[in-house]
Design a protein around this ligand. Structure first.
Ligand SMILES: NC(=O)C1=CN([C@@H]2O[C@H](COP(=O)(O)OP(=O)(O)OC[C@H]3O[C@@H](n4cnc5c(N)ncnc54)[C@H](O)[C@@H]3O)[C@@H](O)[C@H]2O)C=CC1
Ligand SMILES: O=C(CO)COP(=O)(O)O
Length: 348
């Protein structure tokens, strides 16, 4: 047992979603937990994972694989859902009926959901849900949390040190998450501001995408720093309009993750921006990695929200035009460089 562990976790811990970050979380859990159950939808993946073949060769022997959500809900009190936002509600509609108020759910998805919005007409703030709100909507689970921070999966898989934030209204969820994940290679902070942590994690992907656009054009660090600073300011304004506090945006899940994602060629959001700037058609990027560029979905949802609430967010608006309306990047940069900004720090 790790010396950081205050609560001893004796039961199996579940991970739903056997992608890059689900496997990373399972690997972190293996430092503290004896029995980890990871859910994959695909039988062929289950076979490969069980045989520890190919990309699964390094899987800890403590990790069991299942294609049964019933088994996850029955065996595990603590479950980490780690599926892209696009599939999250659908996943919860299957998992939700199997859960009860004794379950603890800590998701790690950095995105938003707008599936409750009507097909026609304007989106309203109440149509936009974070993943913790979807968990509450689709299940009886109330001990809900989120994990968010500068956590590029490949670095953690290489055992490089990193930190994250577990956010929940419930202290017991934060403590349980810390006990499960904390180790000398993974620092885990805690906060009760779950909305702030979720929004910071989702919104930073859009700024990372924008940073990739600049990187793809070969632009330097001055404009990168300007983008990140003003992008953070817009993230905070949008977050506040959605009911969040400023704090999370200034911590590991906000500025911390923003720096990591907006400067790393390991980030899929950053890489998508680079590809767009270098002329790769949108359909090719979406075709290759579409669900995984969370920033695209978030950008569409936030653009509608900003219009509905008349939020002034020039960077988000112009990135939307570049990504979805074919605006030339040079024009977009000119627009922002001549934008009548007046105040530097306007969110404190
Ligand atoms: N990869 C990373 O560095 C990090 C990713 N995240 C977040 O984690 C989430 C997942 O990302 P990755 O694991 O990297 O993506 P991925 O594409 O590698 O894996 C996603 C997995 O979810 C599965 N999945 C999709 N829909 C499902 C459903 N309805 N039911 C069950 N499984 C389903 C897919 O089959 C796939 O195995 C994203 O929201 C991402 O922003 C957060 C921190 C770091
Ligand atoms: O959120 C992440 C790192 O903290 C992962 O970012 P990407 O989804 O852009 O790869």
């Amino acid at each position: 047992m790790s010396k950081y562990q205050k609560i001893q976790i004796k039961q199996a811990v579940g991970v739903v979603g056997a992608g890059s970050f689900g496997l990373t979380i399972a690997g972190l859990l293996a430092e503290n937990v004896e029995d980890i159950l990871i859910y994959t939808r695909r039988e062929e993946n289950k076979a490969k994972m069980q045989a520890r073949k190919g990309e699964y060769a390094q899987l800890s022997p403590k990790i069991r694989v299942t294609t049964s959500l019933e088994e996850v809900a029955k065996d595990c009190q603590l479950i980490f859902p780690v599926v892209p936002s696009k599939g999250f509600r659908n996943m919860m509609q299957q998992l939700g009926p199997l859960l009860n108020p004794q379950h603890f759910l800590i998701h790690a998805t950095k995105g938003l959901d707008s599936s409750l919005a009507p097909k026609e007409g304007k989106i309203k703030p109440e149509h936009i849900k974070t993943m913790s709100q979807l968990i509450e909507l689709e299940s009886l689970a109330c001990r809900v949390g989120c994990l968010s921070g500068p956590n590029l999966a490949s670095e953690i898989q290489e055992h490089q040190p990193a930190a994250t934030l577990i956010a929940s209204k419930y202290t017991e969820v934060i403590k349980m998450g810390q006990a499960a994940l904390r180790s000398p290679r993974f620092q885990v902070y805690g906060t009760h501001d779950i909305l702030g942590a979720e929004l910071a994690g989702a919104l930073k992907n859009v700024v990372a995408l924008a940073a990739g656009l600049l990187g793809g054009k070969g632009l330097g660090m001055n404009i990168w720093a300007l983008l990140v600073t003003r992008g953070l300011s817009e993230m905070i304004h949008i977050g506040k309009a959605m009911g969040a506090d400023v704090k999370a945006f200034l911590g590991v899940a906000g500025i911390g993750d923003l720096i990591a994602t907006a400067s790393s060629t390991k980030s899929r959001n950053y890489k998508a921006g680079v590809a767009l700037a270098q002329g790769t058609p949108m359909r090719e990027i979406v075709g290759a990695d579409g669900d995984m560029v969370e920033g695209f979905r978030t950008l569409e949802i936030i653009n509608q929200l900003c219009q509905a609430l008349e939020i002034n967010s020039p960077i988000f608006e112009i990135v939307h035009r570049v990504v979805f309306k074919g605006m030339e990047l040079e024009r977009a940069i000119h627009f922002l460089m001549t934008y009548p900004y007046a105040v530097d720090v306007d969110f404190l």
